[in-house]
Design a protein around this ligand. Structure first.
Ligand SMILES: Nc1nc2c(ncn2[C@@H]2O[C@H](COP(=O)(O)OP(=O)(O)OP(=O)(O)O)[C@@H](O)[C@H]2O)c(=O)[nH]1
Length: 321
């Protein structure tokens, strides 16, 4: 059967663009997919340089690609992730795709005329606008999920499980490279009274405000996490005990001076802190460091609260929460 007659109706029905160029980059053919979007009949531009017809083509890049397709007589591919579009064509989406133009995958195929032996290059343009929209949506949702997975819903600092993962990896890193690592645990003082006095909303407000305030006092390399209800932890990588003790003391003082305004009431909260450092003992596990900081925090509470204390071996052992 003679199949030549099939080609043109199928080419014009295709939901992809077909553009055929000569080896000196002149337009030999494009199908209706391109014609409709470009708004220029093929007859008007046939034999014109593709660079005169499609504005903003990446000329040097495209010439290099086309030349190599011809020289190697082998196809080439450009995905939308590498280059969002080759031909500047409008997309036909009512919703925004994040781009004003159709996002495209582009395959470049060498064609050899069976009779004349002349070489052409066919650019197959596949509309990837939908795919790129879904991908952006997916990435946005992944980001939201990741945030939800890592951050405490109330205070927006790291949640316990993610903070503990950070502690585990910082602990291993510090041990491996013989670097210092310190930990501060702190707990709001008499928070039950504060809750009773201002209500749970007042208590939540204090937690949110203080977490943000303390975060602002830290280096970007330190990790603040909510360890429990009104208990928080700070991982201080590359920080020896003396430095961590200074940080803890500064936080303690600044929090005590900090005024919070809730429903026209000025609230002053205080915190108690415990500081421990990896090198203080031969600690084997992150849990050992947590235990030492907790013992020190308990000592701050017993000494009257609103203070920071560094762990010492002689301190009374673990408190049960
Ligand atoms: N508003 C609010 N309160 C919380 C939250 N999580 C824990 N709490 C409260 O924090 C209080 C902690 O009380 P306690 O463990 O007795 O400690 P405290 O009153 O702070 O006393 P000290 O720690 O000994 O200074 C409890 O009343 C909890 O209900 C929270 O997310 N929001």
């Amino acid at each position: 059967m003679d199949t030549h007659w099939l080609a043109m109706p199928i080419l014009n029905q295709l939901n992809s663009g077909v553009l055929v160029l000569t080896t000196d980059y002149c337009i030999s053919f494009y199908n209706q997919f391109i014609e409709r979007r470009l708004g220029v009949p093929l007859s008007e531009v046939r034999n014109q340089s593709v660079f005169n017809v499609f504005t903003d083509l990446p000329e040097a890049w495209l010439k290099r690609k086309l030349d190599s397709v011809v020289a190697l007589n082998a196809p080439s591919f450009s995905s939308w992730e590498q280059r969002p579009y080759v031909l500047k064509l409008p997309h036909m989406r009512p919703v925004s795709s994040g781009s004003d133009y159709m996002i495209q995958n582009c395959s470049m195929l060498p064609l050899n005329h069976p009779k004349t032996g002349e070489t052409y290059v066919c650019l197959l343009i596949e509309d990837a606008t939908d795919v790129s929209i879904y991908q952006q949506e997916l990435q946005r949702n992944m980001h939201i999920l990741q945030q939800a997975n890592r951050f405490d819903g109330l205070t927006k600092v790291y949640n316990r499980s993610y903070w503990e993962q950070l502690l585990q990896s910082e602990f291993l890193r510090a041990k491996r490279y013989h670097q210092p690592l310190s930990l501060i645990l702190f707990d709001l003082d008499k928070f039950k009274l504060l809750n009773d006095h201002y209500g749970h909303l007042g208590g939540d407000f204090v937690l949110i405000e203080l977490a943000a305030y303390i975060q602002s006092l830290l280096r970007e390399s330190d990790f603040l996490g909510r360890y429990g209800g009104e208990e928080f932890g700070i991982i201080l990588p590359n920080t020896a005990l003396q430095g961590a003790a200074e940080v803890a003391e500064r936080i303690c003082q600044r929090v005590a001076e900090h005024q919070l305004l809730f429903n026209q009431n000025i609230i002053r909260a205080t915190i108690s802190l415990g500081v421990a450092e990896l090198g203080q003992q031969e600690l084997q596990e992150p849990q050992d460091l947590l235990r030492c900081a907790d013992v020190a925090l308990y000592s701050s509470k017993r000494q009257g609260r609103n203070r920071s204390t560094c762990y010492q071996q002689a301190m009374p052992e673990y408190r049960q929460k």
